[in-house]
Write a new protein. Structure first.
Length: 217
């Protein structure tokens, strides 16, 4: 079994976030820089998640509100709902679906561990050509990675089956997986440096590299 983080690993969420803020800016004639919006989101969202469990829609609303305030936008009449509403339109990275198909066709069972609500994940998995046997969401476990609950729920669901986790975020996935003894591949799309938890079992720049490593070219 290979489980994946979804947003940032399979789905190009930075492009989705940038589009959502761009569209909101254009609709209201507000100043906008994609890099600033994405950077602020990356900084603010983990803080919102750490404040205590709330639905991911609410996390995104609050994150959008705080990002907008940082960019000196006037209050959004929709309360920041535009960001959550955009999630179903976020699309996979160019390498994602081909790699998932290769793994599935090679007989590898697939799963997702995601900081998201069930309905948002339902909308997202329509972008993928494969079935995910195991799905663990923040809505199910009532917490957000890097907390351990996603990994513990997956371990319970899998029993004694062999398990590998693959993810882009060192903070949300690689470090907690290592702490729990879960073999983890770092899909290091940004070319970052490993943190204090140390290196993963394997590191690759994209999902094609993961598929090559697991099943060969």
């Amino acid at each position: 079994m290979v489980t994946f983080d979804c947003y940032g690993t399979l789905i190009d969420w930075e492009a989705g976030i940038a589009r959502a803020f761009r569209d909101a800016a254009e609709a209201a004639d507000r100043p906008f820089t994609a890099a600033d919006a994405v950077r602020a989101h990356a900084e603010i969202e983990p803080r919102v998640e750490a404040e205590g469990y709330r639905s991911y829609r609410d996390v995104l609303r609050e994150t959008a509100r705080r990002v907008a305030a940082r960019m000196r936008w006037p209050p959004d009449p929709g309360g920041g709902a535009f960001l959550a509403d955009s999630v179903p339109s976020w699309t996979p990275f160019p390498d994602t679906n081909a790699a998932l198909l290769r793994l599935s066709q090679a007989g590898v069972s697939l799963g997702i561990l995601s900081n998201v609500d069930e309905d948002l994940l339902d909308a997202t998995v329509r972008h993928f050509p494969v079935r995910f046997e195991v799905r663990v969401t923040a809505e199910q476990v009532r917490s957000y990675k890097p907390a351990a609950a996603h990994f513990l729920a997956a371990r319970a669901a899998l029993g004694g089956r062999r398990w590998l986790h693959a993810a882009q975020s060192y903070f949300h996935d690689v470090a907690p997986a290592k702490a729990l003894g879960v073999p983890v591949v770092w899909v290091n799309r940004k070319g970052e440096t490993a943190g204090p938890a140390g290196p993963p079992l394997h590191e690759t720049r994209d999902l094609a590299g993961l598929a090559d490593w697991l099943i060969g070219g």
